[in-house]
Design a binder for this molecule. Sequence first.
Ligand SMILES: *Cc1c(COP(=O)(O)O)cnc(C)c1O
Length: 396
Amino acid sequence: MAPDGQMAFPNVYDAEPIPEAARAEIERLLLSGDLFRYTAPKDAPVSLLERDFAEILGARYALAVASCSAALFLSLRALDLPRGARVLIPAFTFAAVPSAVVHADCTPVLVEVGDDLRIDLADFEAKLPGADAVLISHMRGHTSDMDRIMALADAAGIPVIEDAAHSLGTTWSGRNIGTLGKIGCFSFQSYKLINGGEGGILITDDPEIAAKCVIMSGAYEENWKKHPGFQNSFCEWQNRLPLYNTRMQNLSAVVIRAQLPELDRRVKDGLANHDYVAALLNQSAYLAVPPALPQESRAPDSLQFNLVGDWTDEQARKFQAEAKARGCTVQVFGLSDGNARAFWNWQFLGETPDLPKTRAMLMRACDLRLPARLTRDELDIIATALLAAVKAVRGA
Ligand SMILES: *Cc1c(COP(=O)(O)O)cnc(C)c1O
């Protein structure tokens, strides 16, 4: 509470406390100094995390690594693509995604994204011939039409990697996002549903891909023997692949694993919060929250909405400022300087083609953090601030 009895504007950046269950195990690791995943003969915290995560997602193999970016990089490497291979990615994603493609010596091909925040399927289909792989980034947890994408990619014989960094807990026709493509990659960076500070994990049902990723992640010499389930493949790949050493360490795994039991609650509360605020914002003629696709059950920890009804850039900027003046940080993706999710800021790619649909979307799509722990009162404060900011710019 603020001193005058008004509730202060909620802090949307703070994380939830790490569950108590992690404490004893962290203490044990600190006392023993056993931080490297391959020192213990078996049941190291990283191995237990992989076992549990694979089971929760329903995948045969899981490999925990340093970040989702590292998982994307290893996934691309494991596909044996030729140097310069063309990898389709949505033009609306985080800069780390084209970066992982470049890091893997491949060439990102940006596909248009519509104002529903999902891949434009006509542009996807047009760019598919000549592509060597597809990396679908479910940006901010919005799932593109995976039925169409998988059908088109399968027909073309092209592998699909899912960047599910923001999609842990999202399902598509009841199937877990991250299990639809050949490989699914997740993030445990602090702003994702499970907070490990940093960290990532990849899942796959393909034993050869799993074996290659394990070796390349840094299972040198015979450390791969501590990964269950695919011993023969490993002999094949040992010493034939580079070691990129992007392993996860035990402390991270303990912090992450202790949050797995929280997942269902965070998914449920995150979705309820999202839909509550979305309904309030949709009451304004000037705001529209893109609906989920019918196949999709979402797990949001943020909310995106479009400014609709002929906003000028100046009005959109004023809306950001009016919201800020009420304590609410909301970013129009394309109007905040140097935003890492605006493709024209990815200068490391050199020339990028103009993508008018994605550009138009980014100039009016707003991004709001909305963690699962927020209460109804806090959600009301946020929605009220945004609606008041609209009113200040556009009138009643
Ligand atoms: C956060 C994020 C990443 C990168 O994850 P890191 O673990 O920080 O490397 C990639 N893609 C999307 C969609 C993300 O939100």
